[in-house]
Design a protein around this ligand. Sequence first.
Ligand code: G3P
Ligand code: MG
Length: 239
Amino acid sequence: MLVFAHRGASGHEPENTLLAIEQALVMQVDAIEVDVRLSDGELIVIHDRSVNKTTNGNGKINKLSFKQIRELDAGKGQQVPTLEEVLATINGQCHLNIELKADRTVLPVLDLLEKAVSKYHFNYNQFLISSFNHHLLFEIKSINPELNIGALTASCPLTYAAFAEHLNAYSVHIDIDFVNQEFVTDAHQRGLKVFVYTVDDEDDISEMHYLGVDGIFTNYPTKSLVKIAHLKGVPVLPS
Ligand code: G3P
Ligand code: MG
């Protein structure tokens, strides 16, 4: 199972900050996941629509200027980073899952990925773009069919992973509350990888292993890597 540092190593450092990204790199994760929004045309890395929960400020992103957001403390003196700062920090050292949280992010993200390949030592196959907004994923595939996309779901649909196959996705990303053997088997039959969020508990990691999932998003990468190493060689449950 691959380990994605969820919002960076967010169990150790403030989520979606460069500190959390750097910590995830030290932990030698397979991939890092970050949440992306737009502020004054700039791509910024923050989960919520407002700055209230993760900074010392207040207000909605779309009511604040980029300059105002950059003046906030996102924890331990960190700024809310730009996506370009995240790309420069990772510098091609691991895979990056960019989760699009807002409309109109597709074109600027695609432009920035080109820059990351030419300037920050990434290959295109190190990127995985995901979203709960499947229209954004459709838009990406129609512009660049080669780019890998991950279709997010917080449910177990009647037709299981069919929606992700229709999007020509590389992977389906499902909430741990809804993943089950039927879903994993269906996704695999459709040629899709299954990545599950958010998996921090050791028993949950074992359960994901037995289900045969391909990767987990975790806030505690080292703990998860150690647990997964212990599970190596333990057979998955027959489907
Ligand atoms: O991308 C996996 C996971 O991050 C999706 O949910 O709310 O943590 O962005 P959320
Ligand atoms: Mg996310």
